[in-house]
Ligand binder design. Structure first.
Ligand SMILES: [Zn+2]
Length: 511
């Protein structure tokens, strides 16, 4: 139950911005009402936070809970090939499995200091309601804040790609055709069930990606988002291969397409955006949409480097996501921030590299924008989502030093207490609400099932990898309108490369 009143006593307060200060934090009705020294306890439940740092709960602005136990399953591959592993060959999972998967992620995130998630979770058209109910119930039971954007599409993966460069015919569709009206009906029911009914759970609109949906479905979803005042989330221009395929499909960029549908606004968050060109980024900035950066997944799939410094300097809202465990392979937001920070040293002058404090602010502010809620801050008026850290590993001397230490050196080991909506949901590092031994047993059994099907997934991959490699390599060989990857000069010249494997050269003094 939500404590009606909570007082966090004597913490070193590390907010989204501003200097460190020693203070008490009062929460009432799920919101922070007061931050200051020596607040009177009154009838509040008191948490002694002496020798602890209080920080806003981290926000994971893009993941797919259905992949939570897929960690370690897929090789590192470009997205178009990786999708075969991650999406198409998996074992059938029922609604109960979806609960197990979402719960595994919720516990992993909460116990590593992340209090809110934007879950872009795939929903099967034939059992939408039960799966959505299961995922929402897991977050409700764990005590986590969640926006659930059911990831839907009515086109087959192969219909969303261009096979013009393939030497043979395009592969036959893998999925059965889906009636967009069925999906739109399920989405309307989903909003009837969840909109405004739970203080921590928010239904959202979330097509998988514009190119994976018919115009009829996208238009219907735009109408739903408008009618319900809903938040919108989708994947956009994650890879270079999507540039040409999207232009072929729409005759214009997919960003213009979304804008024409009225879907580009402050209510929109767009995952990846790595291959947007200057006009597309300008449209995102003009409409106030949020870009969700997923650095680990971008590296795992070789998708490219998002120009974060340019976006921040231009005032674009940028959030950070873990992305699904099939391309990460964890749900650790400290690690995601570390990658977001370090990856930028590959781009531009060191004077413009976003340092750890900039990434910290970016993730909290951008995450709050993506979830459309007053979170990511410890100011009065914010929802009371607070993480208390032990200071054994991070001595709080000054703000920038502490933030840098957290972003670069923390993995969640210091997380002691986690409060969501004014309620303690993790204490001494363990859930106060969930039987974790039982949740662990369910997770292990499901992961066993998932990993025992890896040979079948390998076989499916082998069937399609040839044609997918052909179209991917062709797209990569074409001149791109923008550059998002570093050019690496080979380690050896052609003569040395030809002599590779001949064994060591004994040199002038040798036999
Ligand atoms: Zn994703």
């Amino acid at each position: 139950m939500t404590a009606s009143e909570l007082l966090i006593k004597g913490a070193v307060v590390l907010d989204v911005e501003g200097p460190l200060r020693q203070a008490d934090i009062r929460a009432e009705g799920g919101a922070i009402t007061e931050v200051g020294p020596n607040l009177a306890a009154g009838s509040a439940e008191v948490i002694d936070a002496d020798q602890m740092v209080a920080m806003p709960g981290l926000i994971n602005a893009h993941t797919h809970s259905g992949q939570n136990l897929d960690r370690g399953a897929a090789p590192n591959l470009p997205l178009d090939l990786w999708l075969i592993w991650a999406v198409y060959g998996n074992v059938a999972r029922d609604a109960e499995d979806r609960y197990t998967l979402a719960m595994a992620g919720a516990l992993e995130m909460l116990e590593s200091g992340c209090t809110a998630v934007l879950d872009h979770a795939w929903m099967p058209p034939w059992d939408f309601e039960a799966h959505a109910e299961a995922v929402m119930s897991a977050y409700a039971d764990a005590g986590m804040r969640a926006g659930l954007a059911p990831m839907i599409q009515d086109l087959d993966i192969f219909e969303s790609m261009s096979f013009a460069a393939a030497s043979g015919p395009a592969p036959e569709p893998m999925a059965d055709p889906v009636d967009p009206a069925l999906l739109l009906g399920a989405m309307a029911d989903f909003f009837d069930r969840w909109q405004g009914t739970h203080p921590r759970l928010t239904p959202m609109v979330g097509p998988s990606a514009p190119q994976r949906c018919s115009h009829e479905l996208m238009e219907g979803l735009a109408g739903l988002a408008r009618g319900r005042g809903a938040l919108f989330h989708t994947h956009v221009l994650e890879t270079r291969t999507q540039i040409a395929a999207n232009r072929e499909r729409y005759g214009r960029s997919s960003v213009d397409y979304l804008d024409d549908l009225g879907l580009l606004s402050t209510a929109a968050s767009l995952a990846h955006c790595v291959w947007m060109d200057p006009d597309e980024f300008a449209a995102v900035r003009r409409r106030g949409a949020t870009v969700v950066h997923n650095p680990v997944s971008n590296l795992r799939c070789g998708s490219g480097l998002l120009p974060v410094a340019d976006l921040l300097e231009a005032g674009v809202s940028v959030a950070v996501g873990a992305d699904g465990a099939a391309s990460n392979d964890n749900q650790n937001m400290f690690e995601a921030m570390k990658f977001a920070c370090l990856m930028q040293t590959l781009h531009g002058s060191h004077q413009r590299w976003p340092q750890a404090p900039a990434v910290w602010e970016m993730g909290l502010r951008g995450g709050a924008a993506a979830l459309g809620q007053p979170i990511g801050s410890l100011r009065p008026g914010s929802r009371a989502d607070v993480v208390l850290l032990s200071t054994n590993r991070h001595v709080p001397v000054n703000r920038d030093g502490l933030v840098t230490s957290l972003v670069l050196a923390e993995h969640g080991q210091s997380v002691h207490t986690v409060i969501v909506e004014g309620e303690v949901v993790v204490s001494a590092g363990a859930s106060t609400r969930v039987d974790e031994a039982e949740a662990g047993r369910r997770s292990r059994a499901l992961q066993q099932r998932i990993h025992s099907a890896l040979p079948e997934r390998q076989a499916l991959y082998d069937k399609y990898s040839g044609v997918l490699t052909e179209v991917h390599d062709d797209a990569m060989a074409q001149p791109a309108p923008v550059e998002r990857l570093a050019h690496i000069t080979p380690a050896f010249g052609p003569r040395e490369a030809a002599a590779a494997g001949a064994g060591p050269d004994p040199g002038p003094g040798g036999p």
